[in-house]
Design a protein around this ligand. Structure first.
Ligand code: ACM
Ligand code: ZN
Length: 777
């Protein structure tokens, strides 16, 4: 080599040196880089990071610790193709060690990550498991990849974490009856919930629509009870009644072997599997298999869809029923080591009990007053049996009716009320109120969602859940074991749909039952959740993106008869942009920064933007402006507490309701007519009145059968302007309709509408009128 090349070589070397510095420069971590869900109790961030490599050792002292360590070892095998090894003695550095520390509370852990080692302390296996779940979430999301990834540095920031759960019961219920999900899905779900430090999987194994657990002594429970006539191509509410002799082809069940495998896997993930064996109602599947379990022994078909009321229930009079249930429960308790057995107890319509001679004899012999006390007798007798096997009974909050069994734990679903009552009586409770915990409910604007049940229960709504009610005494609060999400599966036919309903809402629920109440902060959660979404993507979890969807709300401005439109999604720092009147979102969108004042009919298109491009579903709405917008409304007959819409201006706020009658946009009247007067404040020319209404006869919501429109210039003397009559017609659909009433063009200040429900409908006991908007043009 000649001398003249030497300077170039030195320069080249220097460039290499600089480059390698750039690669090696340690990432400086900020607290906001720690994205663990649920939020940890105490966190201290130190400088530096621990880097895993193929020589990292796992220091363990028993088999259980190996099982926990294997969660990480298997991940590194997949993503890095490393075969990480165990050892029993700590090396100098580059190791992860488990240390037993009996001073720590159950399920709690200390996690100390330094540049040289990771130390985990806990007093039980769950504590070690949760530390490892936190480590997973401290590693880059690609750790969850199902294949090898390159160019990721497997490092964890130096942290000291002290963490433990606020509640003992952090549950998820899967309904395997309404639609059947197999063993693999259950196993997958256990892994997914364990990542969030959830510790109870409640399996709803019995319901009208299918018996899902093999019982050796009663083979027909699954031969007959697990299969229903396939009507999967028909909406749930429209499915027809099945004949007892029609052969079922939709269904399935879990064998005892499969269930044992599920239990064992759950144990390795710190998850307790709690079986629910429904009684005395929600058991059409059992009665279809063994009609003698019912009062009148009439053969029935297993329903394929909506069933209400539930009258085919176990006979509480026959001894045979109790022998059967004791046999079933004995097999169940042999499979599930859980301390708790859930016996359902909800929604029994006891009309058969009122006329059954066996039930009548039982009531007399036991000195009971009524069928409510007969249910209480039923549950108490089952509880005695369960207690005799060293287990505890859980039931839905209906088990309070007629008197609670002495040691029962109550799962409160009809709001918090049952839980409050049970806790006041000194019983343990698990809170699963529908409005926060029912994950079969919609999670976003219904028109963008698959068919679901109930009102909209968004991610942020779930985040507001708290299992303890403010009015509870300390003693009562101590009876609250925790909370649980329930995924009823009537509208959930597939596993990916089930995941869609569970995630991400379970991430929010996990935080409400694990983290301290004080640490609850939606903005902070919003910053952490994108990292979880990346993990779900690697894991193949089909999570919903509904929380990103743009939606709207309006504020009424009575002072100038306009409305202000607000566009938002669930995350506070979203870049939402919009155009008005059909302009192209890609080219003309402006950021939404303040409410848009609407004073004429306006079309709005909006979207979440990422990197200056609209992403996801585009929000589109036409706000129909009219003469009554933001006018004062007087109600001669008040709307029902349950359906208030947005309150005083709901009928004149431009917002139209959806077919989901619980979407918060409807006002409703129960068993009475609605009489509504709108004051336009000045006289206006009026030609047309439009009443927005819905019909959903399955839920006792009916179109009006008569609408009268009256007007006045002074508010005292009203003149009838027009009436429309519409005969009641049976209707199996859920429908929206605008009733348009033409008027002779005239001037008026006051417009009164009288909306009537058909007398025949009212005589049926329950009839609702629903109205979303009264448009005056
Ligand atoms: C229930 O939702 N019937 C417990
Ligand atoms: Zn009976």
């Amino acid at each position: 080599m000649t001398n003249r090349f030497i300077p170039y070589i030195i320069l080249l070397g220097f460039v290499f040196f600089l480059n390698s510095c750039a690669v090696k420069a340690d990432k400086i971590y900020k607290e906001s880089d720690i994205k663990i869900i649920p939020k940890v109790e105490k966190l201290q961030l130190n400088s530096g990071a621990f880097k895993f490599n193929e020589d990292t050792k796992f220091v363990v002292s028993n088999e259980a610790e190996k099982v926990v360590a294997n969660i990480l070892i298997e991940k590194f095998k997949t993503v890095a193709n490393w075969d990480l090894q165990f050892t029993t003695k700590s090396p100098k550095n580059n190791y992860l060690e488990f240390k037993f520390n009996k001073a720590l509370k159950a399920e709690s852990y200390l996690l100390n990550v330094s540049k040289t080692a990771i130390n985990i302390e806990a007093s039980d296996n769950s504590g070690f498991l949760y530390a490892v779940q936190s480590l997973r979430q401290l590693l880059p999301p690609a750790i969850e990849s199902k294949e090898k990834v390159t160019q990721v540095i497997w490092e964890i920031p130096s942290v000291q974490i002290e963490d433990g759960p606020r509640f003992k019961w952090r549950g998820l219920m899967l309904d395997l009856s309404r639609h059947f999900f197999d063993k693999n899905y259950v196993l997958e779900t256990i892994d997914a919930i364990a990542l969030l430090k959830m510790n109870v999987l409640h399996l709803h194994l019995v319901d009208d629509h299918g018996w899902r657990i093999e019982i050796k002594k009663y083979p027909k429970l699954t031969e007959v009870g697990a299969w229903r006539v396939d009507q999967e191509d028909v909406p749930w509410a429209s499915r027809t009644k099945n004949n007892p002799d029609e052969k079922g082809t939709y269904g399935g069940f879990l064998t005892q072997e499969e269930l044992k495998e599920i239990v064992a896997h759950a144990q390795s993930r710190g998850v307790d599997v709690v079986p629910e064996i429904e009684m005395p109602a929600h058991v059409s599947s059992a009665i279809a298999a063994y009609p003698e379990l019912s009062c009148f022994e009439k053969p029935i078909g297993i329903p394929s869809g909506a069933l209400w009321p539930i009258t085919d229930i176990y006979c509480a009079g026959k001894e045979h029923t109790f022998h059967f249930l004791e046999d079933v429960l004995s097999e169940v308790m042999d499979i599930f080591p859980s301390k708790y057995i859930h016996i359902g107890g909800d929604e029994a319509t006891k009309t058969n009990w009122e006329t059954c001679k066996h039930c009548a004899k039982r009531i007399k012999d036991e000195g009971l007053h009524d069928v409510e006390e007969l249910q209480s007798y039923f549950v108490k007798r089952i509880e005695k049996f369960i207690n005799s096997k060293g287990k505890k009974l859980i039931g839905w909050d209906e088990i309070l009716e007629g008197g609670l069994a002495p040691d029962a734990t109550v799962m409160s679903w009809r709001g918090f009320k049952g839980g409050l009552e049970a806790a006041a009586q000194g019983h343990d409770v698990i809170m699963t109120p529908t409005g926060f915990c029912y994950f079969d409910y919609y999670q976003g604007t219904p028109k963008y969602e698959p068919v679901a049940a109930g009102p909209v229960t968004t991610l942020s709504k779930v985040y507001q859940f708290d299992p303890v009610v403010d009015t509870m005494t300390e003693a009562e609060a101590n009876h609250v074991l925790g909370g649980q999400a329930n995924v009823w599966a009537e509208h959930i036919p597939t596993e990916s749909h089930s995941q869609y309903m569970i995630f991400p809402r379970l991430t929010a629920l996990a935080e409400t039952v694990w983290s301290t109440k004080k640490s609850r902060n939606w903005n902070d959660f919003s910053n952490r959740i994108p990292s979880m979404f990346k993990r779900f993507e690697y894991l193949g979890v089909n999570y919903a993106k509904s929380a990103y969807l743009v939606t709207s709300k309006v504020k009424s401005n009575p002072e100038n008869k306009t409305v202000s439109l607000v566009l938002y999604n669930e995350f506070p720092e979203s870049d939402i942009r919009y155009t008005l009147n059909g302009e192209d979102l890609n080219t003309n969108a402006v950021p939404f920064l303040s409410p848009i004042v609407i004073d004429k009919t306006t079309t709005v298109n909006a979207s979440l933007f990422k990197n200056d491009k609209p992403v996801g579903i585009i929000f589109k709405d036409t706000i129909k402006f009219h003469n009554a917008v933001s006018s004062r409304v007087h109600y001669a007959s008040n709307y029902h507490d349950r359906y208030q819409g947005s309150g005083a201006f709901n009928l004149v706020n431009t917002l139209r309701g959806s077919k989901n009658f619980r979407d918060g946009r409807w006002q409703a009247w129960l068993n009475k007519n609605a009489e509504i007067t709108i004051d336009l404040e000045t006289e206006k020319t009026i030609n047309l009145v439009t009443i927005g209404s819905m019909e959903n006869q399955g839920n006792a919501i009916f179109y009006p059968t008569k609408i009268e429109v009256w007007t006045s210039t002074n508010g005292k003397d009203f003149t009838i302007q027009n009436t429309i009559n519409r005969a009641y017609l049976p209707n199996t659909e859920s429908e929206l309709k605008s009733f348009v009433i033409d008027l002779e063009s005239h001037n008026a200040r006051f417009v009164k509408v009288k909306i009537s429900l058909n007398e025949k409908v009212r005589e049926r006991g329950e009839g609702w009128i629903f109205v979303d908007e009264i448009l005056i043009d």
